[in-house]
Write a protein that binds this ligand. Sequence first.
Ligand code: SAM
Length: 242
Amino acid sequence: MSSADKGKGRGAGGGAAGGPTGNRFGGERQLKVRLKTARRRSTSSQRWLERQLNDPYVAAAKRDGWRSRAAFKLIEIDDKYHFLKPGQRVVDLGAAPGGWSQVAAIRVKAVDGRGASRGEVVAIDYLPVDTIPGVTLLELDFLDESAPGKLKALLRDGGADVVLSDMAAPTTGHTATDHLRIMGLAEAAATFAAEILSPGGTFLAKVFQGGTERDLLAVKPKASRADSAELYVLATGFRGRS
Ligand SMILES: C[S@@+](CC[C@H](N)C(=O)[O-])C[C@H]1O[C@@H](n2cnc3c(N)ncnc32)[C@H](O)[C@@H]1O
């Protein structure tokens, strides 16, 4: 995880376009950083570190107060499809370190909205997440049988307008295994979304390319690395349970 991923955000009080600090990702040119090889670093961790240091999204996330570079993926997808609106109830599955929750809290006005335009965000991860203004955090495995009920109990009227899932287990490097594991998480998220979404609701979930995602509307934001198999599936206009 990057230093920006690990770093603490500065709250969700900034504007929707900029980060919590109010800054905006400007795509500034950075000087390329090359590291001297350290005897104690493996080649793969050396490569990972260089990639992090040269990644403009990592730098922008750190500068603007987002807890992860992943925040830019949600910003880009929502800027295109406009499903996060003031007053909505959002569930964020696999929320650590909290970038998506920060974006959602700002866009649904979970802190500064008044009356019906004050939204809420309920987030879950089995990893701890530092407090985020406007976000209720649940530290629990989403696959635990108690998780759906606990999430529902935390939501206004027990329902949601948007279900987000960026859940991913640590990758094994074996493409087929990683694909199936993430599809399992996305399927569990979709089942939960179908139970909890209000009519007109939205479901967004991360998947990995590998075959079984072909029939879905897939989105690949620019902030998603080109060499990663990661894709997002987006379903809007939930028609309700039949
Ligand atoms: C890519 S990270 C999410 C990044 C986050 N969207 C952000 O913007 O900061 C994926 C997260 O999914 C979580 N995760 C994976 N499987 C999970 C599960 N079964 N229950 C809860 N969280 C899970 C991991 O702990 C990890 O924090």
